[in-house]
Design a protein around this ligand. Structure first.
Ligand code: PA5
Length: 428
């Protein structure tokens, strides 16, 4: 990926960061890089995620999915980091296999999806690192029951990705299900480039090797200076801008296929950096759609935002047909791709003209290789930002708190968190 921070500099934007400040910050980036390299070399928790391009064996995943490779519908049951990576990859790329993601437990929504599935042509991809997440386990039981009701043996159509032990691991053993292990030391939101994110991609026929090669190429750019490393340039610039008042980061891809990147990024940024009263608030947007809604606020609202554009240099195209309406003749000379590009250029320039900081993250095109690089680059940016903030990037105590409280409320264990919920409920 390529990162252009020109529109985030203090000479053109407010809040903005000066070149001098970035040069001073670069000393901290060098220290942070040394810590990241050490963490990677020692396979420390979290840092290990940045080793995935060289650790993951695509053949192991392809072999595991063989029994369900004929699926016309791949139902992934998982939530958060156990779903969004896979959704980001499969939503970005074309496939004849339909990828369905059941993360939420909204009963109507789950039923809506299951009512449309042809079970004999479907497969289940159940993913949970802990193997204890209530939403995932509940949806899995519902989906498995739906297979049974349709007369389809779910044990022949299920693949499990989970940790070394836990209830889901036990269930996989009991039914002799093909299973893959969530790599040690890789938190959910950093696991897109492992079996967690790649099983669905494999069944959808995407090129896993290219995904990993793109990530590996991005890994090769990690270096001690933000001026030599696109991922660090992004991580350091966002950190610096947050410190100067840009507490909101609106992620705005300019491609429908990349819409889920914004959702994935929101989890990565919020769950990794939102600690100790610190962290930038990620917002999801989509170009050109949100030019007609959120852009007003970004250009003229409070000066508390950074807009991050993600844009492919080369996309598909479609000519706009001619018309005999004179005022519309200019469209007939153009294409939808040219129009989308013009929308992006106009939006970027309009924010710059109003002195609103924005950063352009460019990829060559939307394919496996570029996507692997983008996901890896944004993860590395996040790890760098976490080092600069001095937070524990790889833990998520607030998320775990709610998970335990929920399980306790349903009678799934005794947790202090559940007692705290009961206390608050009584106060109402
Ligand atoms: O990033 C994280 O750690 C979380 O978002 C988890 O991925 C999410 O809570 C799901 O957890 P699990 O994989 O244990 O079901």
């Amino acid at each position: 990926m390529n990162v252009d921070i020109g529109n985030a500099l203090a000479t053109v934007a407010s809040p903005g960061v000066s070149r001098d400040s970035l040069e001073r910050l670069d000393e901290q980036v060098a220290d942070a890089h040394a810590r990241i390299e050490r963490g990677m070399a020692n396979a420390e928790h979290g840092y290990e995620a940045l080793n995935l391009p060289e650790r993951v064996d695509p053949d192991e995943i392809l072999t595991a999915v063989e029994p369900i490779a004929d699926a016309e519908t791949m139902i992934t049951v998982g939530i958060g980091g156990s779903s969004l990576g896979a959704a980001t990859i499969t939503n970005a790329l074309d496939s004849d296999t339909e990828a369905v993601f059941l993360d939420n437990v909204d009963p109507e929504w789950v039923s809506y999806h299951l009512d449309r599935v042809s079970f004999e042509n479907a497969a289940i991809n159940v993913v949970s690192r802990s193997g204890t997440t209530a939403e995932t386990l509940a949806n899995f039981l519902v989906v498995r029951d739906a297979f049974e009701s349709a007369g389809v043996d779910w044990t022949e159509r299920t693949i499990v990705t989970t940790g070394e032990s836990g209830p889901l691991c036990d269930l996989a053993d009991r039914h002799d299900l093909p299973s893959l292990t969530v790599p040690d030391g890789v938190p959910g939101r950093f696991s897109a480039l492992s079996a967690v994110g790649m099983v669905a991609a494999a069944v959808c026929g995407h090129d896993l090797e290219a995904l990993l090669e793109g990530a590996a190429a991005e890994a090769d750019t990690l270096s001690e200076s933000l001026f030599d490393c696109p991922a660090y340039a992004y991580g350091a610039t966002t950190y610096a801008l947050d410190g100067r008042g840009a507490g909101v980061n609106a992620m705005m891809p300019y491609a429908e296929s990349l819409e889920t990147v914004a959702e994935w990024f929101a989890q990565l940024w919020a769950e990794s950096l939102g600690k100790d009263d610190l962290g930038q608030t990620p917002v999801r947007a989509l170009g050109a759609t949100d030019q007609h809604s959120q852009l007003q606020l970004y250009r003229a609202g409070p000066r508390d935002k950074l807009v991050t554009f993600v844009t492919p240099r080369n996309g598909g195209d479609r000519p706009i047909p001619d018309t005999d309406v004179e005022e519309l003749a200019y469209l007939g000379d153009s294409t939808l791709g040219t129009l989308l590009e013009a929308e992006f250029e106009a939006t970027e320039a309009s924010l710059a003209a109003a002195g609103r900081p924005n950063v352009r993250v460019e990829i060559d095109r939307v394919d496996e290789y570029e996507l692997g690089g983008l996901l890896y680059g944004l993860e590395a940016a996040c790890v760098l930002a976490g080092e600069l903030y001095g937070v524990n990037t790889f833990e998520q105590p607030a998320v775990e708190w709610a998970k335990k409280a929920t399980r306790g409320l349903l009678g799934g264990g005794e947790f202090a968190e559940t007692a705290a919920v009961a206390e608050k409920t009584e106060l109402r």
